[in-house]
Design a protein around this ligand. Structure first.
Ligand code: AKB
Length: 315
């Protein structure tokens, strides 16, 4: 029987992924953990443990005592916040991954999931349909940590047989929790302002194209790669993953076609340089052919889905 530990469960991805894992494996099989004690209130359906991922002794004890077989390691400092606290971002992002890979090796875990990001790419990467294998010279600490993390994942797979699987997420857009500290977060914030009847001030330029994905698709991709037979997961650094690409102006227009009064202004800040260094769109054909990845949501379907569901959601 699987016993799954989700680290960083209180975050934007973790809140929804934990619920999906409980649906698949049963509530008893999942332990949600987060640094923030306050996240406990999100998990009335499964066990919650307050956990600092940097506390390796506690992490080891939890894995050993609970008979953990899989870890989903989602805790990270994202791109924008990472630029404010570069050394902290490096320490947290790298040391936590290394601890978990070591624990996976020592305790022979069945599987580990660790997310990478489009942040591994940089200004010298081909901008459109960015290939799986190409130049990567990330300009953010977050991107550097994800790039190095990808190498460590491949290393642990090849040297020690650790079954670690990873996806390079585009910007993730969900309505069930707020994102924290990313460059793509404008695409979540905009919906909250639109529904509050306020003008949205966008921190990116109107024509900044970025790869994006609706959370339902991100959850599906994560479960798909983790449920795929081992031999079909051929890339052990991290897979390119795509669904849609749009600019702030295009997202604004999609929302405005549903809420005609909505208005926007543009005031690019330091996050513009980060966005400019990332791809406009990504080629995810390896994920599609290796383990059958297929997205469902485009910008229209996503916008309708969020505008229908967000007003009824209690934070
Ligand atoms: C960020 O903007 O930092 C993240 C990401 C693309 O990984 N959403």
């Amino acid at each position: 029987m699987e016993k799954i530990l989700v680290i960083g469960a209180g975050g934007q991805l973790g809140s929804e992924l934990t619920a999906a894992l409980c649906d698949q494996f049963g509530n008893e099989a999942v332990i949600a953990s987060d640094l923030h004690e306050g996240s406990a209130s999100k998990f009335d359906y499964c066990r919650f443990e307050q956990l600092d991922v940097m506390d390796i002794d506690r992490l080891k004890a939890l894995v050993k005592n609970e008979g953990i077989t899989q870890i989903y390691h989602l805790a990270a400092v994202l791109s924008a916040v990472g630029e404010k606290k570069p050394l902290f971002a490096w320490q947290l992002n790298m040391n936590s991954l290394l601890s978990i890979l070591e624990i996976a090796r020592e305790y022979k875990l069945d599987k580990v999931y660790w997310p990478s990001s489009i942040a591994v790419f940089g200004p010298n990467t081909p901008k459109t349909n960015t290939p799986q294998f190409c130049v990567k010279e990330p300009i953010t600490v977050y991107g550097i940590s994800k790039q190095a993390g990808e190498r460590w994942c491949q290393y642990y797979f090849e040297k020690y047989g650790v079954d670690v699987r990873s996806l390079r997420y585009p910007g993730l857009i969900g309505y069930k929790s707020l994102p924290g500290g990313g460059t793509t977060d404008y695409a979540v914030d905009i919906f909250h302002k639109a529904l509050a009847g306020e003008t949205f001030e966008c921190f990116l330029d109107e024509n900044s194209y970025l790869p994006m994905m609706y959370m339902a698709d991100a959850i599906k991709a994560t479960l798909d790669i983790m449920n795929a037979p081992k031999e079909r997961v051929k890339i052990r650094s991290s897979y390119n993953l795509a669904a849609m690409s749009f600019s702030p102006k295009e997202l604004y227009e999609a929302i405005k076609s549903e809420l005609s009064e909505f208005s926007i202004s543009y005031k690019p800040d330091f996050r513009q340089e980060i966005a400019d260094s990332w791809p406009d769109s990504v080629d995810d054909s390896h994920a599609r052919s290796d383990w059958g990845w297929k997205h469902q949501f485009g910008i229209k379907e996503m916008t309708r889905n969020i505008l229908v569901n967000l007003p009824n959601f209690q934070f």
